[in-house]
Every structure is written in C-alpha cells, then in structure tokens.
Design a protein around this ligand. Structure first.
Ligand code: RP5
Length: 156
C-alpha cells in the first residue's frame, strides 16, 4: 500500500465504522432453543417499542458451545452493548456468554415442558454465578423486564 492511498483508506474505514455505529444492533437477544421464542419475543417487542435496535438468535450453550463462544467474543466489536439471554432447564446460556464477553448480560430464566418447580432450576442456574462473572437475572419468563433493564443500561 502506498502512503498516498493511506488517507483514502483511513477515510473509507472511518466511514465503515460510522455506518456500523448507525445501523448496528445495540442489544443481542439470545435463547437456547426455538421453543423459547414465544417467551423471548416479548423482549424484542419491548425494544422495538422503545426504538432500540436488536438482533435475535437461537443458540444453545450445550448443543452449540462453539457458536455461543464465537458470538459472545465478537459481540462488542460488532457494536452490541447489552446481551439478553434466555434459557430453561439448567440454563447455562447467560453464564457462558458472560464468560466470553465483558458486556452486561441479562439472563431470563424460562419455563419449559420439563422445568422443575416452575422454572426454579433455570432461575438458580442464572442467578448463582460465581464471583467475578456477573449475570443480571430477571423473573421467570419475564423477558420484557430484561428489555426494560437493557434500555436502562443503554440510557435509552
Ligand atoms: C434449554 O432447554 C432451552 O433454553 C429450552 O428452554 C429447554 C428445552 O429445549 P428444547 O428441548 O425445547 O429444545 O436449553
């Protein structure tokens, strides 16, 4: 690369970054299974009503651990600022995401067909994180509150 072409390249790169700033989703909404979608759609809906850009992905901490790790590691660079992660049963997804990013992670414990004690299994899995790797935890099936909390974190 010649030194004359450098300013143009830098300008192009800056424009690309600026484009990313404008269009990139601010909140990532993750869930462990398609079966979680009816509950997690409430988070997406709340963010839409508040004019906050989000993206929604299905990925399981147990079934697709590499996909989850890659997503979490790249999230900040892609412009995401908060991650909401919902899962049922031994809900590892929020904690695994938090292990791979320093973005704030909000966990949503979900009920599913085989939940124990109305989702207490997922609630404890999400809330009882080890010191140093925090995950915020909203109420069982309360994805809407996760979106409200994300909005407050974003000051939006
Ligand atoms: C969790 O297991 C998912 O988040 C879901 O809540 C639960 C059941 O998943 P499916 O068997 O319906 O795919 O990982």
């Amino acid at each position: 690369m010649s030194s004359e072409s450098l300013p143009e390249t830098v300008a192009e790169t800056a424009a690309e970054i600026e484009g990313l700033e404008v269009d990139a989703p601010r909140v990532g909404i993750l869930m462990g299974s398609k079966s979680d979608m009816p509950a997690m759609e409430r988070a997406e809906q709340e963010l839409i009503e508040r004019g906050i850009r989000s993206e929604t992905r299905v990925m399981s901490a147990h079934r697709q651990p590499d996909v989850v790790a890659d997503y979490a590691r790249n999230a900040k660079l892609r412009g995401l600022r908060v991650i909401i992660a919902g899962a049922g049963l031994s809900a590892a997804l929020p904690g695994v995401v938090a292990a791979h990013t320093d973005l704030p992670v909000i966990g949503v414990p979900l009920t599913s067909r085989t939940s124990i004690a109305g989702g207490l299994d997922a609630l404890l899995s999400i809330a009882q994180m080890p010191p140093g790797v925090p995950v915020a935890c909203v109420g069982v099936d309360n994805a809407r509150n996760a979106a409200v909390l994300a909005a407050r974190i974003l000051n939006a």
